[in-house]
Design a protein around this ligand. Structure first.
Ligand SMILES: [Zn+2]
Length: 257
């Protein structure tokens, strides 16, 4: 028996956002929550209580789980370090590009079939537009675009590495957006990322802050959680089931027979 899909929208909670909220229900390993008046699938990326480090997260299982719950559009939340003075702690970033510097992670569903999915524009542009409008309406300090460099972790970067990443054109740094975003693409899902800047990585020129500590990251992120919930609510309210974007066709020209 195949159940009708219950959830169209899934939220992947990042650092600091893994508590099971009051009124939420477990649903096949994920949870359901009502956000913005809609029932959405909720998955804490690191597991409840934050027990999985970034390189051990079950990225494929997480995406499979959401797909199995009927999710077509994913909103992911992450904490990021800033590589630029103007991306300040507490700012929100609507990420639009990534640079993958991770290694050893299983980053494809296609090991037995030749499939080259395009990741030229990996984040759903329609959902990014909704997020930008929502953040603007709420009067938040936010950045419409951001290139994230995703590193393997769990250690933070050296000062030399940070300099290299800045030279590559990265604005923010994180350990979990890849391969999550690429795997979502392989499932023809929409993927939106909302990042909260928590720190200045190993130090940005002209800024006294840094080097980063985990305590600092979590403290800043928690302060921003209430604002994040409001932003999510606003985005989900405006997100409908029908896709005006091209994400559902991600695989159409990707399969080599
Ligand atoms: Zn889309």
């Amino acid at each position: 028996m195949v159940d009708a899909p219950r959830f169209r929208i899934g939220v992947i909670g990042g650092t600091g956002m893994y508590e099971v909220q009051e009124g939420s229900n477990h649903e096949g390993g994920g949870q359901s929550r009502t956000i913005g008046g809609k029932e959405v699938a909720f998955l804490p990326r690191h597991g409840i209580g934050h027990y999985l480090p970034p390189h051990m997260i079950l990225y494929k299982q997480n995406i499979e789980k959401l797909a199995g719950m009927g999710v077509e559009r994913i909103i992911s939340t992450t904490a990021v370090g800033s590589l630029r003075a103007d991306y300040k702690p507490g700012d929100f970033v609507i990420t639009d590009q990534f640079i993958n510097m991770t290694h050893g992670r299983d980053d494809t569903f296609f090991h037995e079939k030749v499939v080259h999915v395009s990741t030229a524009f990996p984040y759903c542009e329609e959902m990014r537009g909704i997020a930008v409008d929502s953040a603007r309406k709420l009067g938040y300090d936010f950045h419409e675009r951001g290139t994230v460099v995703v590193v393997n972790g769990p250690r933070f970067s050296t000062n030399a590495e940070s300099k290299v990443f800045r030279g590559m054109g990265a604005d923010t740094i994180n350990m979990t957006q890849y391969p999550e975003v690429a795997l979502a693409k392989e499932k023809a899902m929409c993927y939106l990322n909302i990042s909260i800047v928590t720190d200045y990585d190993s130090g940005v020129e002209g800024k006294k802050e840094g080097p980063v500590s985990y305590e600092e990251v979590e403290k800043t992120f928690k302060r921003s959680l209430d604002k994040l919930e409001i932003l999510l609510s606003e985005i989900i309210k405006k997100t409908d089931d029908r896709r005006k974007c091209g994400c559902s066709g991600s695989l159409d020209s990707a399969v080599k027979v």
